[in-house]
Structure formats: C-alpha cells, structure tokens
Design a protein. Structure first.
Length: 111
C-alpha cells in the first residue's frame, strides 16, 4: 500500500500533463491538417511566415499562391497557417487602426 501511495503523485502528474498539454496540441494539429486538406482555389490564406495570398491551384502536397497580380509562388500545404475570412482585417489594417488611435488620443478621429 505504501508503494502505491508513493507513485500516485507521479501517475497523477502524467495524467494532468496529458490533459493539459498533449491532448490540446494533438487537437490543434488535427484541425490544422483538416484545414490544409480542405483548401480550394480562390481561398484567401496566410502562411505560417505571415505572407497573405490566394490559392490558385493545388498539386498533391503543394499549394500555388498568388501573392500579387500575376505573381505565383509554390508552398507546401503544411506552410499554410490559417484561412483568412473576407470580413477579417489583415495585419496591416489592424496596425493602422492602432496607430490612428495612438495619435489622436484614442478617439479614432481623422482630422
């Protein structure tokens, strides 16, 4: 009985570690793979490095992104970080809004 009580904290630590770290990470990884496999041409995406582009073609494990008019680059599907929804402001717009708020005392007025 003494031996079981001495290893019980270790077992409890492993169980807590699993539920707080391993399980959520595995779930996020599965969601990312599902998102990458559901990409279709015309989808606006952001890569893991922060590059925005539009999917123009999918070739096995590669995705061809149009990053500017008539400029296409080839990426691996795993490099796609997230899908950008049409109503969502891009990072530059968020930074501009924050700068505007800082310069006019937080009022948001453009004079």
């Amino acid at each position: 009985m003494d031996q079981i009580m001495s290893i019980a904290p270790l077992i409890l630590l492993v169980v807590v570690f699993y539920f707080l770290l391993i399980r959520p990470q595995r779930k996020r990884q599965q969601e990312a793979i599902q998102m990458q496999n559901s990409l279709t041409p015309g989808t606006r995406v952001m890569t893991t490095t922060g590059l925005f582009g539009t999917v123009t073609a999918i070739d096995n494990e590669d995705v061809i992104l149009e990053i500017a008019p008539n400029i296409e680059t080839r990426w691996v599907k795993a490099a796609i970080g997230r899908v950008v929804t049409p109503g969502e402001p891009v990072a530059d717009e968020k930074a501009d809004e924050a700068d505007t708020a800082d310069h006019d005392g937080g009022q948001g007025n453009k004079s």
